[in-house]
Unconditional design. Structure first.
Length: 135
């Protein structure tokens, strides 16, 4: 499913998004197993595609999208192409969660990962914004 959510073809990404929302949502796939799947292929996926897939997942299941992105993010290398787009999606989803009153506190691993972004890049700006929104 993680590979499907990173596919070039929009139809395949949409199927991956719908499948993970349905399987995790009804308990047929444990959240931890979904995270493990994403972590195992994170180094092979184009992150800009995952960013769009996480945004699409947020339309179906906002909590799952945010929880999954936050759980997977710490394995992503800060310098990778597309990581800024993943951070942009996460920041927007976190803002939505904060506005709606259900934003989870960021765990130590996520905060450490966010601290690795330095300078004035777009990714660094999103990382700082996400840390500032931490509840």
């Amino acid at each position: 499913l993680a590979l499907a959510m990173g596919e070039a073809r929009l139809e395949l990404r949409a199927l991956g998004v719908e499948a993970i929302a349905g399987l995790v949502g009804r308990g047929a796939l444990a959240f931890e197993d979904a995270v493990a799947g994403f972590v195992s292929v994170a180094h092979t996926v184009k992150l800009n595609r995952w960013a769009q897939a996480f945004a699409d997942l947020g339309d179906l299941d906002p909590r799952l999208a945010l929880d999954l992105a936050l759980a997977v993010a710490p394995v992503l290398e800060p310098g990778r192409t597309g990581v800024g787009k993943v951070l942009a999606t996460m920041t927007a989803q976190y803002q939505r969660a904060a506005t709606e009153g259900w934003a989870p506190p960021l765990d130590e691993g996520t905060l450490t990962w966010l601290s690795r972004f330095k300078g004035s890049s777009q990714a660094a700006r999103y990382a700082r914004a996400l840390k500032e929104k931490n509840t």
